[in-house]
Design a protein around this ligand. Structure first.
Ligand SMILES: *Cc1c(COP(=O)(O)O)cnc(C)c1O
Length: 360
């Protein structure tokens, strides 16, 4: 199998493998598995040295371009242990295609998404004992590409690393799915049309930290971003997309360059539409949301993303005023979406859109 993929394999000897953390100590992104995937790119050879190898530190020149100009992209997806102890991936090819779009925008090399799915399946199979069995726990997958050429001129790097690391992560809803309190910033912005808001690139997250700290001090868990020009239209929330159920409609902002096109967002749009829900992608102003809340038309607000799938929003803090949504309760549509998406991801339910990829 490895030969066909042109990947060499160096396995960690059985007696040198790490001890697996217990289910209650998983956390998020703190424990890494025994192996990783790594390949390198340069102008002469293209992608080369593809290997599955022991998880290890990198030695990089301090001038490596990623440290200075942030030419770096990543992805986030999960492997699930589900029905009959089988292992599944959810829409992995879409993640790698999105990463190729990110690569294009950041002047980085692209790769075959199809082949990368095969490599990922092989890597997950090798690390199958790391896919947690505890309820809600999963194996988080982080594909990453960084610019490693040691030169200080501002230009696209001529050398890159692409790697995939894996970490077992705990149930997102350890204490049940409780609606969160969200801070709406009318001062700081995340991204502007024409910029890189639609790209999963490190700088977007570095730029969001300052506002996130302000939100935390105000007792909120995430920031809801408004558009960069008028500070009026809703964009997204933290590292999730956002949905509003107003009357009979399920509304989410359109993908027009400043927000990230989430795969969970896309899955929610397709699934809800298949249930007969009136789904609408359109600009929606914060004033419209708050007015709908006042008039009792705003029924549910929730974020969507790989980490939590669906995360209900219970309160919005905007211009020093707290607006409570749906009595701070999780609504029926949020609950149904969460339940059904999780059931699809673990192979317990029909998969009408053929999103699921079985690893083993
Ligand atoms: C990754 C990400 C999302 C969610 O994408 P999914 O594919 O659903 O996980 C949304 N917004 C931002 C800014 C993100 O980085």
């Amino acid at each position: 199998m490895w030969e066909d993929l042109e990947v060499t394999v160096e396995k960690v000897p059985a007696d040198k493998r790490k001890e697996k953390p217990s289910a209650d100590k998983l956390g998020f992104g703190v424990h890494f598995t025994d192996h990783m995937f790594l390949m390198k790119w340069d102008r002469e050879r293209g992608w080369h040295d593809s290997k599955i190898c022991p998880y290890h530190d990198f030695t990089l020149n301090p001038a490596a371009m990623v440290f200075h100009y942030g030419q770096a992209i990543f992805e986030g997806l999960k492997a699930y242990r589900g029905k009959d102890n089988q292992l599944f991936l959810f829409r992995p090819k879409d993640n790698f295609e999105r990463m190729n779009n990110s690569a294009l925008r950041m002047c980085m090399p692209r790769f075959s998404a199809e082949k990368m799915v095969k490599i990922l399946k092989a890597l997950i199979y090798l690390e199958k004992d790391w896919v947690p069995a505890a309820e809600g726990a999963t194996l988080y997958i982080r594909p990453t590409m960084i610019a490693t050429e040691p030169t200080l001129g501002v230009k696209p790097s001529g050398v890159y690393y692409f790697y995939i690391i894996l970490c077992p992560v705990g149930a997102y809803y350890a204490e049940g799915c409780n609606p969160t309190k969200i801070y709406i910033s009318d001062e700081y912005v995340r991204a502007v049309k024409g910029g890189v808001g639609s790209v999963k690139t490190g700088g977007n997250y570095a730029a969001s930290l300052y506002m996130s700290e302000i939100a935390k001090k105000a007792g909120c868990t995430q920031v809801l971003w408004l558009d960069a020009c008028e500070h009026k239209y809703i964009e997204e929330v933290g590292t999730s997309n956002i949905f509003f159920k107003i009357g009979d409609q399920l509304i989410t902002p359109p993908l027009e360059g400043s927000i990230l096109g989430g795969l969970t967002r896309d899955s929610v749009l397709k699934l809800a539409a298949s249930w007969g829900v009136d789904v609408v992608e359109r600009q929606i102003a914060i004033d419209e949301v708050l007015a709908a809340n006042e008039s009792g038309q705003l029924q549910e607000v929730f974020g969507t993303g790989t980490a939590a799938v669906i995360s209900p929003v219970g309160e919005l803090l905007y211009k020093d005023r707290t607006h409570v949504i749906n009595n701070c309760q999780t609504g029926p549509l949020s609950t149904r979406l969460l339940t059904e998406l999780q059931a699809i991801q673990k192979g317990y339910q029909d998969d009408p859109f053929r999103w699921l990829v079985r690893v083993a």
